[in-house]
Design a protein around this ligand. Structure first.
Ligand SMILES: Nc1ncnc2c1ncn2[C@@H]1O[C@H](COP(=O)(O)OP(=O)(O)OP(=O)(O)O)[C@@H](O)[C@H]1O
Length: 454
């Protein structure tokens, strides 16, 4: 009981919650932060006012608070990796009138020194455990989370919101976007935010496996199934991903024979390994990715319509880098930071001219191309700031052309015309499909076709 009829209620509350060593956070049933105490804000180095109302996954690395607020299942003494350390977290659902209304989380540590010695001990043990796990599972883990996806343009913010909404639950997701836009990164993040995040994340690159090996790669094989088969057989990616997520990258390159089997696995939850006489039950969530126009493949009958509808329950479209130039500076700085951390080089900025080149270049290879350009510049440069001579000529050429043309209106019209011609050619002249591809209305497309006399 509090002393003196709760006279000091506020002071006690302040001491227990605000200034205690323990970190406290409260989220609502959708995972949005409603309270965070001073210790937690200091520890995370965030501003107290600005965290309120943010989604907890945007504030706390690897948080599972939103999952507890959704499932109502408490998690006690769970190890959570935050800011380079393993902390011990308790997450408890809050109920009111029989319904879950949110969750309270605490991160426990007494003082940094004590924690550091305990943490290094745990780190050693975890490292050892990790080695065993990796040997056992062959590194089937999602290494990236939503925190690794840099970009605050409206398009990327909307995308990240959508990722958060669809991550929990088992709905199949189709991620679309040009090469190098970050499709794999998004797939990792979905897995990370889902209830399956303690289970394997297994990637299959459908384009990289020869057709005759794809079936055994996906579904495994039994001992003696074919000449050269391993003793004891081999599990396939579906078995390895059981309970977790299977990421089918470049699904547009999947041969028809494998498509039938995948469909059965998704519909019935059953697979048949090569040489087996029985079916095995599997429980996997499918995330597929492609940069191919699947609708075109349906028409050409190289992609099954039933499989398309099965995997296309939720679609995420990742915008090309050229369509969100405001993300380029922050992405470039982030990449520079990670590359210099890895290589130990002391380079901390870009020359202004380099930035302006970055923003006018088309980036056909998207974020991957940007990453490669920065990585090569880091190796080439002699200064602490990336200079024009450190970046490839192709980036400068586009910039010069732009200077020469000068007339922005004309330049934009040329680009629009070129893009429409390209869209019409990609869709074999189908205007409805071209409008969908360009994400504009059909009547707007007709107007532009008329305007450019196409
Ligand atoms: N928004 C982003 N923030 C940080 N890094 C990014 C972002 N988008 C992409 N990257 C980086 O760019 C590289 C390419 O990303 P990723 O492999 O996910 O692209 P992809 O669309 O799957 O490519 P592909 O279609 O060629 O398989 C990776 O190194 C990734 O870390």
């Amino acid at each position: 009981m509090f002393p003196q009829d709760n006279d000091y209620k506020d002071e006690i509350f302040k001491t227990v919650f605000e200034d205690a060593y323990h970190c406290f956070v409260v989220v609502d049933r959708h995972g949005f932060v409603t309270y965070m105490n001073n210790s937690y804000c200091q520890f995370l180095n965030v501003d107290k006012d600005s965290v309120i109302g943010q989604h907890v996954t945007d504030v706390i690395e690897n948080s599972r608070m939103h999952i507890v607020a959704e499932t109502g299942i408490e998690e006690i003494a769970d190890l959570q990796y935050i800011r380079g350390n393993h902390m011990i977290a308790n997450r408890i659902p809050v109920r009111a009138n029989g319904e879950i209304v949110g969750a309270v989380g605490t991160v426990l540590f007494r003082d940094t020194q004590e924690w550091m010695s305990m943490n290094s001990h745990i780190k050693d043990l975890l490292l050892e455990l990790e080695q065993f796990r990796k040997q056992k599972r062959g590194q089937f883990e999602a290494t990236y989370s939503l925190h690794d996806i840099v970009g605050s343009s409206e398009k990327m913010s909307e995308l990240k919101e959508k990722v958060k909404r669809i991550a929990t639950g088992d709905v199949s997701v189709l991620i679309r976007g040009e090469s190098g836009t970050g499709k794999e990164l998004i797939a990792h993040s979905i897995h990370h935010l889902s209830e399956r995040n303690t289970k394997p994340f297994v990637k299959v690159n459908c384009a990289a496996i020869p057709e005759h090996l794809l079936e055994s790669e996906l579904f495994g094989y039994q001992e003696g199934a074919f000449t050269g088969a391993k003793k004891g057989g081999k599990p396939g990616k579906f078995q390895l991903a059981d309970g977790g997520t299977l990421f089918l990258d470049e699904i547009g390159d999947m041969p028809l024979s494998a498509q039938v089997k995948i469909l059965r696995a998704l519909q019935e939850g059953e697979i048949e390994s090569v040489g087996s006489t029985h079916l095995d039950k599997v429980d996997v969530r499918i995330i597929a990715a492609t940069n191919q126009p699947l609708e075109e493949l349906l028409k050409k009958q190289t992609f099954r319509e039933d499989l398309f509808y099965r995997i296309n329950v939720v679609q995420l479209q990742i915008p090309a880098l050229r369509d969100r130039p405001e993300d380029i500076p922050v992405l470039a700085k982030y990449m520079l930071h990670t590359i210099t951390q890895r290589t130990g080089k002391r380079i901390d900025d870009f020359n202004k001219e380099v930035f302006s080149c970055f923003q006018t270049y088309e980036w056909p290879g998207n974020a991957r191309e940007l990453e490669n350009v920065i990585e090569s510049a880091v190796y080439l440069t002699n200064s602490e700031c990336i200079q024009m001579e450190d970046i490839p000529d192709r980036l400068k050429r586009e910039n010069k052309n732009l200077d020469k043309v000068g007339n922005l209106k004309q330049l934009m019209a040329d680009f629009e015309k070129k893009t429409i011609v390209q869209a019409l050619s990609n869709t074999s002249g189908d205007k409805q499909k071209a409008a969908e591809l360009l994400q504009i209305g059909k009547s707007s497309l007709y107007e532009k076709i008329h305007k450019y006399q196409l």
